[in-house]
Design a protein. Structure first.
Length: 78
C-alpha cells in the first residue's frame, strides 16, 4: 500500500478529519489533502509530526497495513 494511502487509512482509523490532523501538525486541511493524494512529498519532519499526532512512530506510516508491526531481521554478524 502506498504511504499516502496508508496515511489516509491511519487517519480514518483514528477517526480524524483532514482538518483535525492538519490542526495537530500545524498545516491546513488543503495541505493534508494534497499530502494524502501524493501531490506533496512527505518530508521526514512531517512524518514525525504526523506520527506524534497519532501517538506513534513514523515507521507506522510506512508499514504494511496487515502487520502493523515493524519487520525485524536478525542482524547479528556471523
Amino acid at each position: 500500500m502506498p504511504t499516502m494511502n496508508r496515511l489516509r487509512q491511519i487517519r480514518q482509523e483514528y477517526g480524524m478529519t483532514l482538518e483535525q490532523l492538519g490542526t495537530k501538525v500545524g498545516r491546513s486541511k488543503q495541505y493534508m489533502s494534497e499530502l494524502e493524494r501524493g501531490n506533496i512529498r512527505l518530508t521526514y519532519k512531517m512524518a514525525v509530526d504526523i506520527a506524534m499526532a497519532f501517538g506513534t512512530t513514523p515507521d507506522t506510516l510506512f508499514l504494511p497495513a496487515e502487520s502493523g508491526k515493524p519487520n525485524h531481521r536478525n542482524s547479528r554478524a556471523q
